[in-house]
Design a protein around this ligand. Structure first.
Ligand code: CDP
Ligand code: CDP
Length: 223
């Protein structure tokens, strides 16, 4: 039987993980799993249900009632919460501002990790997030830790927002990104850290094609 290939991409907010992961998955015929979207979907459900986000137990009860799934459509991958398409809703600022709090709970992470490992079980996959190389896929064929300066990451997200017609204050965006990085990197449960066997790819000054090319070269040798 052919061995499934796992590519793990971790890194801070807006480093380009999902953009690059999607391209790599498409080119190689692998599936793509955006684990951040799963934490975002739970956060959205918590906001909509008025769940107390200070209560790990209430959040876990809510998560146990949710089916979070992905569906490939012509315009890209869509995220579903039970049967509802929440692809756009999970990118809202109110979700972004609370997601790190929700994702810091141990039992929430354990349940998400189980679900993510199940998705990866029977397919070659590119998975991106914060703990993929360290916790979710510790035996991944290739682990990438994608970084860029906070200013560059904020500039990229700023441009993306402008192109979508979203009014954004640059300094506030930069602060949101660095606050979330800090929270994700200093939490007790599976903090954002580079796995020992991950390869650091600094994308500062590199465009998407250049980053993809770099990782493809690494895939050639690792896989
Ligand atoms: O796309 P962006 O970098 O803004 O974030 P994301 O990948 O959608 O992840 C949103 C949040 O989910 C992160 O800031 C983390 O708090 C959490 N997350 C996590 O804890 N572990 C993962 N594997 C993925 C995301
Ligand atoms: O998934 P993550 O939060 O790490 O980042 P992303 O959503 O893939 O990328 C954030 C923004 O940066 C997107 O608008 C990408 O098109 C852009 N980007 C870029 O301009 N240059 C790169 N080398 C990588 C991403």
């Amino acid at each position: 039987m052919k061995k499934n290939i796992q590519v793990a991409i971790d890194g801070p907010a807006s480093a380009g993980k999902s953009t690059v992961a999607k391209i790599l998955a498409k080119k190689n015929g692998f599936i793509y799993c955006d684990t951040g979207a799963m934490y975002r979907a739970l956060t959205l459900a918590a906001i909509e249900n008025n769940t107390n986000m200070d209560s790990e137990k209430d959040l876990l009860t809510l998560l146990n009632q949710l089916v979070i799934s992905f569906n490939q459509q012509v315009d890209g991958q869509h995220v579903f919460l039970n049967d509802r398409d929440v692809t756009l809703l999970i990118r809202d600022n109110n979700v972004t501002n609370s997601v790190s709090k929700v994702s810091a709970y141990k039992s929430i992470r354990e349940e998400m990790v189980l679900r993510q490992q199940k998705i990866a079980e029977s397919n070659s996959i590119v998975m991106d997030g914060r703990d993929i190389g360290t916790v979710v896929l510790p035996n991944a064929s290739l682990k990438i830790f994608l970084v860029a300066s906070v200013t560059e990451r904020a500039e990229r997200r700023f441009k993306e927002n402008i192109s979508k017609g979203i009014d954004t204050d640059f300094e506030a965006l930069k602060k949101e990104i660095s606050d979330r990085d800090h929270y994700d990197s200093t939490r007790k449960n599976s903090p954002l850290v580079q796995a020992e066997d991950a390869i650091l790819v600094d994308t500062s000054g590199l465009n998407i094609e250049e980053v993809v090319l770099k990782i493809e070269k690494l895939m050639e040798t690792a896989i």
